[in-house]
Design a protein around this ligand. Structure first.
Ligand SMILES: Nc1ncnc2c1ncn2[C@@H]1O[C@H](COP(=O)(O)OP(=O)(O)OP(=O)(O)O)[C@@H](O)[C@H]1O
Ligand SMILES: [Mg+2]
Length: 365
């Protein structure tokens, strides 16, 4: 059965001056996949380990469905073996001396299931991860991606209430990761599990998650449905961490509804969505993704909404090209999809930035 997971004002202090997690609150509805995303050392693993019961929170409450897992106030703490959850780590610890099926069967044996029950559950789990034909194969004769699937099958075979995954794909090559993450989402959804997944890879997060939480320095900056997080980041660090590599410091020249028209010190203008409440004349920080910048041939004179610039760098990545455009004194990155490059270094272009894809924050946030 899948259950809702609720984390309420949870904190972890390892030692004085070493606060790894700070007042984190979020809730994952039953059957949803939530991803914790953030740079190295921001507290993702510590948060996950507290949900697992491998670490004791120093503050706050963790609840799974009707059960309280831990409550710092009165030192209530359910040991990990009584939480009925499964965990998959970066090193997935497949036992090499056992066959694929034996690996998956092991936790079922420990739980005292009968032989026929075990057989059925092993087959179900292996089918779920697409390894039903490899049950008899020695585990030492598997590829990285196959081992990853065995680890997943093993963790799901005993029907946990909650699945916790900590960068389970970081040992795999990028091509395999790309394929596996779609399968992984499908597998978790088919099993109907509530899952909490930790990664520092924003694409992996987007492909897997129903909801994403972005952490920084132990704090949770935003926890939202995936498209909200990417489409309307609540905090500049969320925008930056999820791929908005263009930053502009500017002033608000005017407001129209939810939009702010801004101008930087070089006279570069654009229209952005005001995430914070910004007034005319106020300094602002603008962030936008290279994918939200359109380049075109400069047909007419530059206008406020279509400033002109020059291509100064081009990086070809096979399926896309990333250009750096210099305009005024600013350097703006723009991405163009496709296998052919449209622009050469030195060429003049006009730029336009989608106002819904450029976000304005108070300069001091
Ligand atoms: N057992 C511990 N004792 C003391 N400090 C710890 C302990 N475990 C983690 N920390 C510290 O807590 C902070 C958060 O660590 P954590 O492992 O949760 O980060 P993370 O987001 O998972 O990073 P990564 O992406 O590198 O895995 C770090 O500063 C780390 O050094
Ligand atoms: Mg970690």
């Amino acid at each position: 059965m899948s259950l809702e997971l609720t984390v309420d004002k949870v904190g972890k202090i390892f030692a004085p001056n070493a606060r790894a997690v700070d007042a984190v609150s979020f809730s994952v509805p039953a059957g949803d996949i939530a991803v914790l995303l953030g740079p190295s050392g921001c507290g993702k693993t510590t948060m996950l380990r507290m949900v697992a019961g491998l670490e004791t929170p120093t503050e706050g409450t963790i609840t799974c469905g009707p059960r309280i897992f831990s409550r710092a106030d009165d030192a209530l703490f359910v040991p990990p073996q009584y939480r009925n959850l499964a965990m998959v780590f970066q090193s997935y610890a497949i036992w090499p001396h056992m066959s694929v099926a034996q690996n998956v069967e092991y936790p079922l044996k420990r739980r005292g299931l009968s032989r026929s029950e075990r057989r059925e559950k092993v087959m179900q789990a292996l089918t779920l991860v697409g390894l039903e034909k490899l049950g008899d194969r020695s585990s030492s004769a598997l590829s990285g991606g196959q081992m990853q699937r065995v680890a997943l099958a093993r963790s799901m075979a005993y029907s946990p209430d909650l699945l916790l995954l900590d960068e389970p794909m970081s040992n795999l090559d990028p091509e395999l990761r790309g394929r596996l993450r779609n399968d992984l989402r499908h597998i978790i959804k088919q099993a109907g599990l509530t899952a909490l997944y930790v990664t520092h890879d924003q694409e992996e997060a987007a492909a897997l998650a129903d909801r994403i939480g972005v952490m920084s320095n132990g704090r949770l900056l935003q926890f939202s449905p995936t498209e909200t997080l990417f489409g309307r980041p609540a905090h500049p660090d969320v925008a930056k961490f999820t791929g908005a590599s263009n930053l502009m410091i500017a002033n608000v020249a005017g407001r129209t509804g939810e939009f702010a028209d801004v101008i930087d010190q070089n006279g570069f203008c654009l229209r952005a969505t005001a995430i914070d409440d910004l007034r005319e004349g106020e300094p602002t920080r603008i962030l936008f993704r290279p994918e939200n910048v359109r380049l075109a041939k400069p047909t007419e004179a530059a206008t406020a909404q279509a400033p002109q610039g020059k291509i100064v760098e081009r990086q070809y990545l096979g399926g896309q090209a990333v250009y750096v455009v210099e305009t005024g004194g600013a350097r703006i990155e723009a991405t163009d999809l496709g296998t052919t490059t449209r622009w050469k270094v030195g060429e003049d272009v006009s730029l336009s930035v989608d106002p819904l894809g450029a976000w304005a924050y108070r300069a001091d946030t």
